[in-house]
Design a protein. Structure first.
Length: 135
């Protein structure tokens, strides 16, 4: 097994974007009881001064009473990008921004994840695949 990819061009060419099943909602709570119920359901979370931010499956977010007006789709960049790699996030965000598609980037240990409005999933995937082919 090879190590994580650090070279910018190699990360972009190898990003191989694929859609994760489901729809997700970004939400936040400062209520400790609600945070305790929601956290085990979260795909990801981050503590901010305003409260616990969560990425929840849409169904669970709605059931817990969160605003789910902007369901997001998740695109996994399957390249094993290095945490200290430079340029992948910028290339992805720029490609989507040029097309008018908003995105939220979440970097995890093995892969980067791109959240886009669910209605934009197909177009975003096509754009990112084209960006990967262009290198």
């Amino acid at each position: 097994m090879t190590g994580p990819v650090r070279d910018t061009a190699a990360m972009i060419a190898g990003m191989a974007p694929k859609a994760m099943p489901g729809r997700f909602v970004f939400c936040s709570t400062a209520d400790p009881a609600l945070a305790a119920r929601a956290a085990p359901l979260a795909l990801g979370s981050f503590r901010e001064a305003e409260g616990l931010s969560l990425i929840l499956p849409e169904t669970e977010a709605r059931a817990l009473g969160f605003d789910a007006a902007l369901p997001m789709a998740c695109i996994i960049l399957t390249v094993a990008s290095a945490l200290d790699g430079v340029g992948l996030t910028a290339a992805v965000a720029a490609a989507l921004a040029e097309a008018g598609i908003p995105c939220n980037m979440v970097a995890a240990f093995h892969h980067d994840h791109v959240f886009v409005p669910a209605k934009e999933l197909s177009r975003a995937l096509d754009l990112l695949k084209a960006r990967a082919r262009a290198g």
